[in-house]
Design a protein around this ligand. Sequence first.
Ligand code: TTP
Ligand code: MG
Ligand code: MG
Length: 371
Amino acid sequence: MAEWDEILHMRQILHADFDAFYASVEQREDPTLRGKPVVVGGRPELRGVVASASYEARGFGVRSAMPMRTALQRCPHAIMVNADFRLYNQVSRQVMSIFRNITSLVEPLSLDEAFLDVTDLVNDKESATDIAIKLKEKVRAVLGLTISVGVASSKSVAKIASDMDKPDGLTVVACGEEREFLAPLTVEKLWGVGPKTAERLAQAGVLTVGDLSSKTNEWMQANFGQVGLQMKRLSLGEDQSPVVVSRERKSVSAEMTLATDSNDPEALHDLVRRLSDRVGTDLEYRGIVAKTVKLKLRLADYTTFTRQETLISPVGSAEGIAEAATKLLLPELSTERFFRLIGVGAGGLVPSSQAQIHMESMTQLRLGGFE
Ligand code: TTP
Ligand code: MG
Ligand code: MG
């Protein structure tokens, strides 16, 4: 009986993720970049980091989040491209709509990846694997880009699976084989296990997911608390978390460290404008507006503080964010103050449609007051 119960409740989850997203979009736009090591990211002289590296560049050891300087040392002939967030947002919207044409149960995790719950689509004629193959073909045909897909009975296993065979991969973990699949992987593959936790686990001789799964619940709880129990469940392939169609984001932000600590109003304003552009593009893409705008500032001595303003009418564009952020920056500038890092954030997020209603009713109230 228990087994039947399991089979009846077995879910079929896909995790799809673009291969080298930013870099692949750039290669698609400019054919001369195809087959070449391409890195998208910030300029090395501005302490830029790699956002995305094409698979050709990865052959030279270039990785995301690596300082651009290091990337160019490893791969001197790499072609550097500035990020075009508007374009990536557009491609993201397109891929999400391809996903939603397959099922409405789509949970975007970031611009380039999403979970799809296809449980109800699977039947005698079409397996989850067939759906995954169809999805890959569709994305290639419509967008000229490749995705890698993981198919499994849970979100966490599907996400790990999609990363196993990149680029253009398809990894299927059959129902009941989750433990075997996970066992040889390093603990860092598990959701929520970062370098620090991995280091602590390594000290206890726990290197692989298999090692972790053989630890007792008591040991996991004693050493890592509630999170420990969650890790143990994930190591066994147990993850009941549902695909959540709309994920509420509480804030959107972007920050950047300056090449050299600066007190130059022009350079600082310029940075605020660029960060606002990123935040504003993200808001536009999501169709949301912000009621508060925040500025994060770090001085040369690492003192860090924030300034924020709650706006009378919410903003949802790069220009609106920049205007508010610039106002916050102005009183902080002085020749003695050298800044090391600046961040721009948007909070109090509401759907644009809702903000519209809110503003209309405020207008009506005001009109009412005049009568
Ligand atoms: P990822 O899916 O993590 O990376 P990727 O698509 O470039 O490569 P992969 O084939 O391994 O999936 O992230 C998607 C995009 O998010 C990536 O193209 C650029 C951006 N990004 C950053 O800006 N900084 C980062 O540190 C990472 C990891 C990603
Ligand atoms: Mg990706
Ligand atoms: Mg991704």
